[in-house]
Ligand binder design. Sequence first.
Ligand SMILES: NC(=O)c1ccc[n+]([C@@H]2O[C@H](COP(=O)([O-])OP(=O)(O)OC[C@H]3O[C@@H](n4cnc5c(N)ncnc54)[C@H](O)[C@@H]3O)[C@@H](O)[C@H]2O)c1
Ligand SMILES: O=c1ccn([C@@H]2O[C@H](COP(=O)(O)OP(=O)(O)O[C@H]3O[C@H](CO)[C@@H](O)[C@H](O)[C@H]3O)[C@@H](O)[C@H]2O)c(=O)[nH]1
Length: 444
Amino acid sequence: MTQRLTVIGTGYLGATHAACMADLGFEVLGLDADKDKIARLADGDLPFYEPGLEPVLRRGLDSGRLRFTTSYEEAAEFGDVHFLCVGTPQKTGEYAADLTYVDAAVGALAPLLHRPCLIVGKSTVPVGTAARLAGTVAESAPVGGDAVLAWNPEFLREGFAVEDTLHPDRIVAGLPGEQGAAEHAEKVLREIYRTMIAAGTPFITADYPTAELVKVAANAFLATKISFINAMAEVCEAAHADVTKLSEALSHDDRIGGRFLGPGLGFGGGCLPKDIRAFMARAGELGADQALTFLREVDEINIRRRIRMVDLARRLLGGSFAGRTVGVLGAAFKPDSDDVRDSPALDVAASIRAQGGRVTVYDPRAMENARRAQPSLDFASSALGAVRDAHAVLLLTEWREFRDMDPVEVSAAVAERNIVDGRNALDPERWRAAGWNYRALGRP
Ligand SMILES: NC(=O)c1ccc[n+]([C@@H]2O[C@H](COP(=O)([O-])OP(=O)(O)OC[C@H]3O[C@@H](n4cnc5c(N)ncnc54)[C@H](O)[C@@H]3O)[C@@H](O)[C@H]2O)c1
Ligand SMILES: O=c1ccn([C@@H]2O[C@H](COP(=O)(O)OP(=O)(O)O[C@H]3O[C@H](CO)[C@@H](O)[C@H](O)[C@H]3O)[C@@H](O)[C@H]2O)c(=O)[nH]1
């Protein structure tokens, strides 16, 4: 029975995967190139915010089933299965994915593989990467054909990472072309995910390219759905219609559904924006760029929401940010996360600052990351602190704390009662009743 797993790359994805696999009873060794991250994880101190994950991490450490290292030698010696969870960010100045970390991880691990094992890629990669990496493994693993590669893309959402890992919608297993290797990889993966499979989670086997494409196709669809409703918001703005009503009415059609139909400031984070761009870049390399030209529009609609938000705020302040104070609520790319990668909220805040506004930001969890990403912004230690003496308040990440704010209490802090609800998360009537000039994207 497969018991010993390594997880290479212990960021948002890998730390969650490692802790959850230990919780399921496996012996797990997490490996990262970042010594500080490994020291914190080994101490039971989660280096990022993810609801419900720290107790799982601590349980793993206390049970002795979960350990951490920076040593590839130790990982190669230990693991029957090696999960690859390193980052695949966007290349600077290009749409394509930067595969440096994936290549470095496989390059470091493969020459140390002296015993049979399965390498399981979970990172999001351009189609064709698995086949290329299988070649690297075949060339450099001392154990030869007994080191097999599978691709098992991950679909977890930040904020729900533990729940999504333990109860995924589906498991996709990209298997090698050689039949014996494919059967072996499938058997091992079915064993690892047996509790999920027993609970009815669909287990879908495919070849490498199809498995890789499922992941980017899913993110492309989600991004398209968000940009669709935000395109409708643009039309609603022009026609004085209400996109929240429109979205709700659409959602009752089962064929459309209401999820990911939330209009507002659009999508950000370490996944959707860079994944649709990498998908376009890869399709271009394959000569299939025409198939994905619509994703360029999806991306542009999304970026236009940020510009529109800044324009709306500027107009509310009489046409200029100069000498004006803006309170920004939210820095994370979405609530229940401290992740500020490609955060629409921080982008808007930085843009207003660049246009001469005084901007003070507050986020319940993302302050440290936000300060590091945008050191020139001012930060407050509470929501009321951020909006103190503001001429306009912008709600840019819909944390519960902000949705529950009492407009009367907030009134006492600000200089002028102007609010722009960038996430359509507040009740306009409640704010207007308290004397606020309430504005939102896509609503009259
Ligand atoms: N964050 C998510 O919600 C999520 C969900 C599904 C898929 N993914 C995909 O998973 C991958 C990881 O994403 P993430 O958000 O966890 O990124 P992250 O930046 O939080 O974590 C990546 C980790 O890999 C480590 N690393 C880099 N090079 C290494 C090396 N050579 N050896 C060992 N460790 C190394 C980094 O130090 C970092 O801790 C990406 O491909 C991403 O697209 C992420
Ligand atoms: O109706 C909606 C839903 C989401 N968003 C925004 O879209 C972004 C992404 O949200 P979400 O998808 O929940 O967050 P991620 O954690 O980035 O998860 C996505 O990216 C992951 C990494 O690839 C995948 O694993 C997940 O399945 C996929 O949902 C955020 O900025 C949200 O504010 C909207 O604007 N409107």
